[in-house]
Write a protein that binds this ligand. Structure first.
Ligand SMILES: [Cu+2]
Length: 358
């Protein structure tokens, strides 16, 4: 069983390893699936995978790129800037990276959000489309933010083709849990409850089969701010997730906040010494864990963001549904990579850079 799993993973990895140079160098790969792509260019056996790994850090050459041979894959060390095969335009997904501003504590204030479930085909890496089920048209869905003791009101309408719900993590009455209140296509439901406790939470669909409704893209970040505001910071949200574009029940592309390689194409600009706060959540289906690793710096990690205790580290791992808050002050200017320390995920899209300026 273990061997079978390994082989499947290799074939998925080889798919993108082989596809990436073509995406950059030649025609778009519209409609390509992982199985088909791996089969079409199956010029090495699974046993050569170690060789793949070794050569991926080698610089690409023009000759390599023109053949599409796996050795042309530039490797994450050089995966930066406009040539990265991420379909996103500049600032296209900013609303998923930058949360709305925190509001001061004011018990009973209504915080209202409108969320519509819609089916939508999304280009997730250059030339590869994923038939997503979305909240408001994006994967992940919109950032929901409230201050503790706000009355959170989420008007949900299902314009998709399947029954959906919204299930929030945190504290709320049973009839707001989004498990039994299934919303059929064309229907709607309003979730309303006091926002608590403060911390980094998340939301996702809870229709059955749950695995499918999550991996199709129905999830997002849910921030509840504490009554005593956190110190001002350059705030970011990162939702880690994957895409199973070939429908084999395993992810073949990984990302944060939407398209693969998004922050490799557009490094996140921060300043040296400023407080950078990342609200991090893992919604990856199929894989048991995901992780966040930062180069060249350490951060304070507050699990679930619900208290003051933290770990000082440069790597955290999260199971699905786990989340927390990272606080970083960069010591040095320059480009610093961040990525999953499940390195397969890195090569399949879950990587980016901080561009730290003076
Ligand atoms: Cu659903």
């Amino acid at each position: 069983m273990y061997a079978v799993g390994v082989k499947r993973k290799l074939s998925r990895r080889q798919f993108l390893v082989r596809a990436a140079p073509l995406m950059v160098a030649t025609a778009p790969l519209a409609g390509l699936t992982g199985v088909g792509a791996a089969g079409a260019r199956a010029d090495s056996e699974p046993g050569s995978a170690g060789h793949d790994m070794g050569d991926m850090s080698a610089p690409a050459t023009a000759a390599d790129a023109s053949t599409g041979h796996w050795s042309a894959y530039p490797g994450h060390a050089s995966m930066i800037g406009p040539s990265v095969p991420s379909p996103a335009g500049p600032h296209e997904h900013d609303e998923l990276l930058f949360p709305p501003a925190a509001l001061p504590h004011q018990p009973g204030r209504v915080r209202e959000y409108n969320i519509v479930a819609v089916d939508r085909d999304l280009e997730v890496v250059n030339g590869v489309t994923f038939s997503a089920w979305t909240y408001n048209g994006t994967v992940p869905g919109p950032i929901i933010r409230a201050t503790e003791d706000d009355l959170l009101r989420v008007n949900f309408r299902n314009a998709g083709s399947h029954p959906h719900t919204i299930h929030f993590h945190g504290i709320h009455p049973a009839n707001m849990d989004g498990v039994f209140q299934i919303v059929d296509p064309g229907g709607s439901f309003t979730y309303e409850f006091p926002a608590k406790p403060y911390g980094m939470h998340l939301y996702h669909c809870h229709s059955a089969p749950l695995k499918k409704h999550i991996h199709k893209g129905l999830y997002g970040a849910f921030i509840i701010d504490p009554p005593t505001p956190r110190p001002p910071a350059h705030e970011l949200v990162m939702v880690m997730h994957g895409y199973d574009t070939d429908g084999d029940g395993a992810n073949n592309i990984y990302a944060v906040n939407g398209p693969a390689f998004l922050y490799a194409k557009y490094p996140i600009k921060v300043r040296r010494g400023e407080l950078v706060r990342i609200y991090l959540a893992n919604l990856t289906e199929f894989d048991l864990i995901n992780s966040f690793h930062l180069h060249g710096e350490m951060f304070r990690y507050y699990p679930t963001g619900t208290g003051n205790t933290y770990e000082y580290t440069d790597t955290v791992m999260l199971c699905q549904g786990q989340r927390g808050i990272l606080e970083i002050e960069f010591t040095h200017p320059g480009l610093f990579m961040f990525h999953a320390h499940v390195t397969e995920f890195t090569e399949l899209g879950w990587m980016g850079y901080f561009d730290v300026s003076e």
